[in-house]
Design a protein around this ligand. Structure first.
Ligand code: PHE
Length: 346
């Protein structure tokens, strides 16, 4: 004779077993476990009801049945859990297999633009000659780009057709995109406390011009050397050393041509003749004008200096034989691949 509880438990058992067998996730199994074996689970409630039974013999018999059910279910759940775990691992292994026979995926490595490379070549040479590398802002005021550089207000360089002016003023001054890096000379001299001043300043400059030989943005490297008794001979020597080193050519032909800049006196433009090609102008230079020293509060009876401004694109075009300036900025992938260099190369 089965008593009522035995029947009930047998039914419960087959229900639980079928639930356990069909569950496919460990999470689901955990829930079943709680439902049956948990603190608030079904089996607990059976134990709870046992307390109400007074007949000890009966109590023991029923207790044993519930216990057996508890143990059996625990074992089944454990077994199912370990099976699900294995399945999960197998599935992971299957999905994450790596085919080590596949060829390596090609990795695209970024490159350095030719202009960046040329600028670092220039910096490298001047750094070896003891020049410090500095920079200044692209957005400037009229004082630093023109007035302090002895460029009077009627000078054509200040006309809007050359200069990009900003609409907003700052400190009552017109703001603009610097038309040359000479503004950095002013910024450096304004706060100079120690001499000599010996700097180069690479950077972008902007002029309202666009054709095969002009782009609205290009690069210059400004140089400035201020000390006692600085002279034209030193300027020539510095420029000669630089150009010969840059073009790795001892017999590069260099010519100084008389010229005019408001901020240098005397002034010169320098042309080079590389590998028997035609003469090409690559930089402007000269002896710092006394008015410039006055404008930045340096005693021009004590100090003198030379300055130069190198056209970076020009140098790059000559050295790497590029015939159209606009190539630098077209960003054509073939051109970039051909003329750019990897990070590791010097
Ligand atoms: N700033 C001049 C230019 O842009 C170049 C220059 C720099 C000339 C320093 C003399 C001294 O053309």
């Amino acid at each position: 004779m089965y008593n009522k509880l035995e029947v009930e438990i047998a039914l419960l058992e087959s229900k639980a077993i079928s639930e356990i067998k069909t569950i496919v996730s460990l999470q689901g199994l955990e829930k079943i476990k709680l439902d049956y074996l948990g603190k608030k689970g079904i089996i607990r409630s059976y134990f709870h009801n046992l307390k109400k039974i007074e007949n000890v013999e009966e109590k023991r018999k029923l207790g044993a049945i519930i216990n057996a059910f508890y143990d059996k279910l625990t074992a089944i759940i454990q077994e199912r859990a370990s099976r699900l775990k294995t399945e999960e691992i197998n599935l992971k292994l299957q999905n994450e297999t790596v085919d080590i026979t596949l060829p390596v995926r090609p990795e695209k490595v970024g490159k350095i633009h030719l202009l960046t490379k040329v600028i670092s070549e220039i910096k490298f040479i001047f750094a070896h000659m003891g020049f410090k590398i500095v920079d200044g802002p692209d957005i400037e005021d009229e004082f630093h780009v023109f007035d302090a550089l002895n460029t009077p207000s009627h000078h054509p360089a200040r006309e809007t057709q050359d200069t990009f002016y900003l609409t907003d003023k700052m400190n009552n001054q017109k703001m603009l995109l610097r038309t040359h890096t000479s503004s950095v000379q002013i910024r450096i001299m304004e706060k100079a406390k120690h001499f000599p001043i010996k700097i180069v300043a690479p950077g972008r400059v902007y002029r309202n011009d666009f054709d095969a030989t002009h782009t609205p943005m290009f690069h210059q490297v400004e140089g400035l050397y201020v000390d006692k008794n600085v002279n034209m001979g030193q300027l020539k020597f510095t420029i000669h050393c630089f150009l010969k080193k840059f073009f790795a050519s001892k017999d590069l032909k260099i010519r100084f041509r008389n010229s005019f800049f408001p901020f240098t006196e005397p002034s010169a433009e320098v042309d080079i003749n590389y590998k028997g090609n035609k003469w090409i102008e690559v930089l402007g230079c000269g002896i710092v004008h006394p008015n410039v020293f006055k404008n930045v509060g340096i005693d021009n009876t004590q100090y003198s200096g030379f300055a130069f401004g190198i056209g970076v694109e020009r140098l790059a075009m000559i050295k790497y034989q590029i015939d159209d300036l606009r190539n630098f900025y077209d960003n054509k992938i073939n051109w970039l691949n051909h003329y750019s260099v990897h990070f590791a190369s010097k």
